[in-house]
Design a binder for this molecule. Structure first.
Ligand code: SF4
Ligand code: F3S
Length: 109
């Protein structure tokens, strides 16, 4: 079991989530954050911290969110650990709640 960062994080990346994780499993990309499923201990502390409501248990993912389970697993092996809150992206508030943001994902490649 793991928690998963979904669509709502893209282009917002508020980073409030990273400071509460007791096992440092958040990994940072250019405009998205992911959780390493091999590190997550399923504590649920991060879920209420996200202002964009982007974090969910894998058991609670909608059909639209399910691809993010594999995406978190894949990108968490490529991106570096982040443990300090650095604030959201400059236009995070404008992108908060905008649907279908997967098309804007920057994999940093
Ligand atoms: Fe970290 Fe707990 Fe969130 Fe998993 S559920 S990412 S262990 S804070
Ligand atoms: Fe993303 Fe929410 Fe964390 S927007 S960076 S999952 S606080």
């Amino acid at each position: 079991m793991t928690f998963v960062v979904t669509d709502n994080c893209i282009r917002c990346k508020f980073t409030d989530c990273v400071e509460v994780c007791p096992v440092d499993c958040f990994r940072e990309g250019p405009n998205f954050m992911v959780i390493d499923p091999d590190e997550c201990i399923d504590c649920a502390l991060c879920e209420p911290e996200c202002p964009a409501n982007a974090i969910h248990s894998e058991d609670d993912l909608t059909e639209q969110q399910k691809p993010f389970l594999a995406l978190n697993a894949e990108l968490s092996k490529k991106w570096p650990v982040l443990t300090t809150n650095k604030g959201g992206l400059p236009d995070a508030e404008q992108w908060k709640g905008v649907p279908d943001k997967l098309q804007y994902l920057d994999r940093g490649e």
